[in-house]
Design a protein around this ligand. Structure first.
Ligand code: GDP
Ligand code: MG
Length: 174
């Protein structure tokens, strides 16, 4: 089997405020690295990781934002054809949580109405600096009909689970 063979291909796009850990989550999952090394921004459009789920080869094309989120200049093309969105905030940064409705408006405006959105509260290794309770985030995600997961890109907590659960959901809805 060549490395190009796969049963499913999904495009996953990470969004959320600058600094919440999107690039670190992608690097942790695709390369097993933290911190991501020179400069936080990947500088390529996407990274690929192929995973196997129930014997199916699932190719994940994971799009990070190369700093555009700072200027609110993420374009429609970025959302277009995304099968899933990982909307990330930082549990130690209230501001990143308060911006979520703005991101949801963008999703509604630009993404497919079939897109699967996961809300991720990152940096749980910094529990002593937590500003957003798990309960508050769960209530918010339930109201918005999103899955919710808390992660640490630094400690590798729930990062595999995030992407593998998402791949499972994508397969089941494909
Ligand atoms: P992005 O702007 O959303 O891509 O955020 P980055 O991935 O560049 O991360 C922003 C900062 O948060 C960097 O200093 C990272 O080292 C740090 N960071 C990212 N994820 C975690 C995490 O899970 N725990 C901790 N403690 N720091 C993190
Ligand atoms: Mg980044």
């Amino acid at each position: 089997m060549s490395s190009d063979d796969y049963d499913f291909l999904f495009k996953i796009v990470l969004i959320g405020n600058a600094g919440v850990g999107k690039t670190c989550l992608v690097r942790r999952f695709t390369q097993g690295l933290f911190p991501p090394g020179q400069g936080a921004t990947i500088g390529v459009d996407f990274m690929i990781k192929t995973v196997e789920i129930n014997g199916e080869k699932v190719k994940l094309q994971i799009w990070d934002t190369a700093g555009q989120e700072r200027f609110r200049s993420i374009t429609q093309s970025y959302y277009r054809s995304a099968n899933a969105l990982i909307l990330t905030y930082d549990i130690t940064c209230e501001e990143s949580f308060r911006c979520l409705p703005e991101w949801l408006r963008e999703i509604e405006q630009y993404a497919s109405n079939k897109v699967i959105t996961v809300l991720v509260g990152n940096k749980i290794d910094l529990a002593e600096r937590r500003e957003v309770s798990q309960q508050r985030a769960e209530e918010f995600s339930e109201a918005q009909d999103m899955y919710y997961l808390e992660t640490s890109a630094k400690e590798s907590d729930n990062v595999e689970k995030l992407f593998l659960d998402l791949a499972c959901r994508l397969i089941s809805e494909a």
